[in-house]
Design a protein around this ligand. Sequence first.
Ligand code: HEC
Length: 196
Amino acid sequence: MNSKRIGFAVAAAAMFGFSGAAYAECTTDIAKDDLTDAQVVELYECIKSELREGYTAQGDERATAYQSWGAAFTVPGGIGNHGSRFLTTFVNDTGYLEYVRFKDEGAKMPVGTVIAKESFNVNKKGKVKKGPLFFMEKVAAGEADEYGNWVYSALHVKGKVMKLKQSFCHNCHGNYEDQDALGYPEEDYRITVFSN
Ligand code: HEC
């Protein structure tokens, strides 16, 4: 039995489920909007392995692959952008160095770039809830032209492919025209790779 304090009075109890896989219950008694960055990071660390176990449960290769890609964020943020969830951002080698320039003009991601975004939430009772894993993949001109050559997809928390409409995702992402349809993490939560 492990326990971890997050904030003042937070319990994160880990037990073993039927499969023998670790199951952690991550909770906090601090209201979501009052969580400090450090507390958000702790909640993320608490839920991370369970989150990832769920995403890979149906054998999706990208759900395993993204775990070794570069992180473009520091603290999970973005509440309000994807259904008021906390978000992380990982980019594969093809696109990482271009992504972390966070260009607000003339951004153009290389073909083959794949971006993954984990999500989680904290409910009113202070329990951390898992959210979907979102993907964007940059394809060659001629494919998905009406969506900026991006293919959008997502996995449910247990790894099942989510049915979605490309237009639903792109109607919002397409607003970031000068950023090649990328929303980017909030400025305070972007990783610093280039200083200019
Ligand atoms: C209402 C607007 C909106 C909708 C709809 C939306 N997104 Fe996003 N998305 C954003 C914003 C804003 C960000 C940046 C958020 C952050 O990281 O803080 C983002 C980030 C992302 C990222 C990380 C790459 C980036 O843009 O920096 C992926 C991947 C992603 N979204 C996938 C999807 C998928 C798949 C869908 C459809 C199921 C979708 N999004 C629908 C607004 C939206």
